[in-house]
Design a protein around this ligand. Structure first.
Ligand code: HBI
Length: 96
């Protein structure tokens, strides 16, 4: 899970995700999430925070009102790993 993914694996994993893209100049993926209001937004962040803690894998994120800019990478691997894509999928599931 914490092994660096190949470029090919990264492209395949990105294809399975809606709206995520590579960060330029850095081995990380990013997406901006937009919600109806602050409560919806912060509720989602709270659910994701609990999941992240369970996974021992944490997002870099910036919340401004009802938007959250999320960046995922695995610091210990200095790159992208399966954990980043797993957390991204869980974030998507928490939108439903
Ligand atoms: N979160 N995104 C991310 N990347 C890490 O390497 C990471 C983490 N959360 C916890 C964590 N590593 C721990 O394994 C270490 O800080 C002990």
């Amino acid at each position: 899970m914490r092994d660096k993914l190949s470029q090919e694996d990264i492209e395949k994993s990105l294809n399975d995700l809606q709206g995520w893209e590579l960060v330029e100049g850095r081995s990380a993926i990013t997406k901006t999430f937009e919600f109806k209001n602050f409560i919806e937004c912060f509720g989602w962040m709270s659910r994701v925070a609990l999941i992240s803690e369970k996974m021992d894998h944490h997002p870099e994120w910036l919340n401004i009102y009802k938007t959250v800019d999320v960046t995922l990478s695995t610091h210990s691997a200095d790159g992208l790993t399966a954990l980043d894509f797993k957390l991204a999928q869980k974030m998507e599931q928490q939108l439903l």
